[in-house]
Design a protein around this ligand. Structure first.
Ligand SMILES: Nc1nc2c(c(=O)[nH]1)N[C@H]1C(S)=C(S)[C@@H](COP(=O)(O)O)O[C@H]1N2
Ligand SMILES: [Mo]
Length: 199
């Protein structure tokens, strides 16, 4: 009679271990931007880490590209419920960028060309978990997805991965960014479903 028990040929997606609670899989790559796409020339592009004592560490595009490059393959999770598995990027680890930075700060506020901001604990930028990414799927990161370069912090909801990233301010006190000020969770762990304040 062709009776196939559900679960025989595969687990339902809601029990897919690679998918955090409340997320669904998408094959395409949605664009989520709170404002217009800024156009940033590589000639004037720079990435700046400013320490809590005011010291600034700067990289031009050429200097960023001369640093050791990594090719993370990661799953990404948007708070609007889509997840995309096995995305491939290229970029520079924040471990590399923070290596010579003298800081005792515990918090970071990423800021972007165009004005977007997002906060996260400085520790979450360390340990091989965060990159300044300039390449997606082997090609230069398209402007709508954050090119020339974006932050990539895939273990947190994707709003923490600031597109068109311009720099990171290291801070003694936590300071909420754009979506965090609007009611989204301060930390945003998709596995604990930390979507909104109070989750
Ligand atoms: N500068 C900037 N970065 C941003 C955003 C934004 O509006 N501006 N949106 C965030 C959100 S909510 C998500 S889900 C991802 C979307 O990245 P994508 O458009 O490449 O899918 O970027 C994040 N980074
Ligand atoms: Mo998002």
């Amino acid at each position: 009679m062709g009776i196939v028990s559900p679960g025989f040929s595969g687990r339902p997606r809601s029990q897919e271990p690679a998918l955090p609670p409340g997320q669904y899989l998408t094959e395409d790559f949605p664009v989520l931007s709170a404002g217009p796409t800024p156009r940033v020339s590589l000639d004037t592009w720079e990435f700046v880490i400013s320490a809590e004592n005011g010291t600034e560490y700067r990289w031009s595009w050429q200097e960023l590209m001369a640093l050791p490059q990594e090719t993370p393959m990661v799953d990404i999770h948007c708070v609007t419920h889509w997840s995309k598995l096995g995305t491939t990027w290229q970029g520079v680890s924040l471990d590399t960028l923070l290596d010579g930075v003298d800081t005792g700060a515990h918090f970071a506020l990423a800021h972007s060309y165009g004005g977007y901001t997002t906060n996260l604990p400085l520790d979450d930028l360390r340990g091989g978990r965060a990159w300044v990414a300039h390449t997606f799927d082997g090609a230069p990161l398209p402007a709508e997805h954050g090119g020339p370069a974006r932050l990539l912090v895939p273990h947190l909801y994707f709003w923490k991965s600031a597109k068109w990233v311009r720099g990171i301010r290291l801070k003694t006190m936590d300071e909420p960014g754009f979506w965090e000020t609007a009611g989204y969770h301060d930390y945003g762990d998709p596995w604990r479903e930390q979507r909104y304040q109070g989750d």
